[in-house]
Design a protein around this ligand. Structure first.
Ligand SMILES: [Zn+2]
Length: 163
């Protein structure tokens, strides 16, 4: 067995032994909101936003970008599970910033046009977040009633800054 798997299973044993009332949690988030953020290991939404199990949806991808799949999850979060406020949280020193699609293609040795992926890289935090918020707000299936916020998390201080 892998060492990491052992560590996870042992940590999980401790966690599950204190599970108690969490078994009664319902699937729709108690606080009726969703966070879309980056997968960066330095970001822990439960900690920086004060969340407990059952409180909110947290959707993560490389960059915390408003990708088609992030939109899919947010729409499900709203329509089927009742969230009506969404937070897009990107961050400083993101690995998807300041690299290009071409550079990432090179990492994979992708030369064939048909194999290319849009890696959703970006150059400027605020510009990127602004464009992503616009994309989300203007999506035909996103109702005007949803409150949508954009924030940037500072990995040096732990503070969130509202765009
Ligand atoms: Zn990131």
């Amino acid at each position: 067995m892998s060492e990491i798997l052992n560590e996870i299973l042992s940590a999980n044993k401790k966690y599950a032994s204190g599970f108690k009332s969490k078994s009664e949690l319902k699937s729709p988030p108690k606080k009726h909101f969703a966070i879309l953020t980056c997968m960066d290991a330095r970001l822990d939404p439960a900690k920086f936003a004060g969340l407990a199990e059952g409180d909110a949806h947290v959707i993560r991808n490389a960059g915390g970008r408003v990708s088609d799949d992030a939109i899919r999850s947010l729409l499900i979060s709203h329509k089927l599970l009742g969230t009506d406020e969404w937070f897009v949280i990107q961050h400083t020193s993101c690995g998807m910033c300041c690299v290009t699609n071409e550079e990432i293609d090179k990492e994979f040795g992708i030369e064939n046009e048909s194999k290319k992926i849009d890696w959703l890289t970006f150059e400027d935090n605020k510009k990127c977040l602004k464009e992503d918020l616009e994309k989300l707000k203007n999506h035909s299936l996103v109702p005007d009633s949803i409150k949508i916020h954009g924030l940037i998390y500072d990995v040096k201080t732990g503070f969130l800054e509202k765009l």
